[in-house]
Design a protein around this ligand. Structure first.
Ligand code: ADP
Ligand code: MG
Length: 269
């Protein structure tokens, strides 16, 4: 019996070591692992492996939670939750390839272009989540937030630090370019962020404006062209169009209501 003679104090010492090394999961699982080891007559190697595996699992889970917290994803959207039947323009194979996160190794950018409600943010969040889950440092922001942060940083003398911050993540998601105009300083900030990441780390960018409209958004066609050059050089572009998923849902509900109310359907368009 392991718990007889000098064993209890040895056991206490072992628990003490695990606690001192901050191996809390291993310490927590020590009694059950020892009991199972005895019941199933595990070798010492197998016993140690089981014990430390609990600690590794806990560490991985903690790191993942930290990465997800840092990523600041605005919704729980996932790639698995994306309905391809509702988005016929989307190349499923290509998206499956992106879901492997291999594109991050070649610093490839992803551009999601399309009108409101077609799933751009959903896919951007899904890609961000996949990256964080695969172990990549990921950060989600909107173009307007990025510009506002850089503006504050410039005023407070933290420009360099902020630029380093936006250079850091392996994946930077920039949502909603084009909803608000970003002229002057805002466009320069965005350009600098894109430039310093160019060929080093990936950007997933969503926009409601076709690339031809970027000059207007950034208030400067030269900056827009230079930025597009860098973004598109190594990139995957999705043009999403079709009916807004939000409105689709809305239409479907209206249809259902109308059907129950009158027994008729909305005519097919
Ligand atoms: P966008 O960013 O293009 O304006 P969103 O990604 O915010 O659109 O999509 C609007 C809503 O519809 C979100 O709740 C999103 O999860 C959902 N949605 C859009 N397209 C799809 C889709 N193909 N499958 C599942 N949900 C979708
Ligand atoms: Mg959006």
């Amino acid at each position: 019996m392991p718990m007889s003679g000098t064993q209890p104090s040895l056991y206490q010492q072992l628990r003490g070591h695990l606690a001192a090394l901050k191996l809390t999961a291993a310490a927590e699982h020590l009694p059950s692992v020892l009991a199972q080891a005895e019941a199933e007559q595990w070798s010492m190697t197998a016993t140690l492996e089981h014990l430390l595996a609990r600690e590794v699992e806990a560490t991985e889970a903690r790191k993942l939670a930290g990465r997800l917290r840092f990523a600041s994803l605005p919704t729980p959207a996932t790639l698995a939750g994306f309905d391809f039947d509702a988005a016929p323009g989307i190349d499923r194979k290509l998206l499956d390839e992106l879901a492997t996160c291999r594109y991050l190794e070649s610093a490839t950018n992803v551009l999601l272009i399309g009108p409101p409600g077609v799933g751009k943010t959903h896919l951007a969040v899904g890609l961000g989540r996949a990256a964080a889950e695969a172990g990549y440092r990921t950060y989600f922001t909107t173009a307007a937030d990025l510009a506002a942060r850089c503006h504050r940083a410039a005023i407070e003398g933290r420009w360099a630090t902020t630029m380093r911050f936006f250079a850091g993540p392996t994946l930077l998601v920039i949502d909603e370019l084009g909803y608000l105009p970003l002229p002057g300083e805002a466009a320069s900030a965005l350009f600098q962020v894109v430039s310093q990441r160019y060929l080093k780390t990936s950007i997933v960018l969503t926009t409601n404006r076709g690339v031809a409209g970027w000059g207007e958004v950034l208030g400067d066609t030269t900056v827009a062209a230079a930025m597009l050059d860098r973004l598109l050089h190594r990139s995957v572009v999705f043009n999403l169009d079709g009916e807004s998923y939000r409105l689709r849902d809305h239409h479907a509900k209206n249809d259902a209501l109308r059907q129950t109310a009158t027994g008729t359907r909305r005519p097919l368009q």
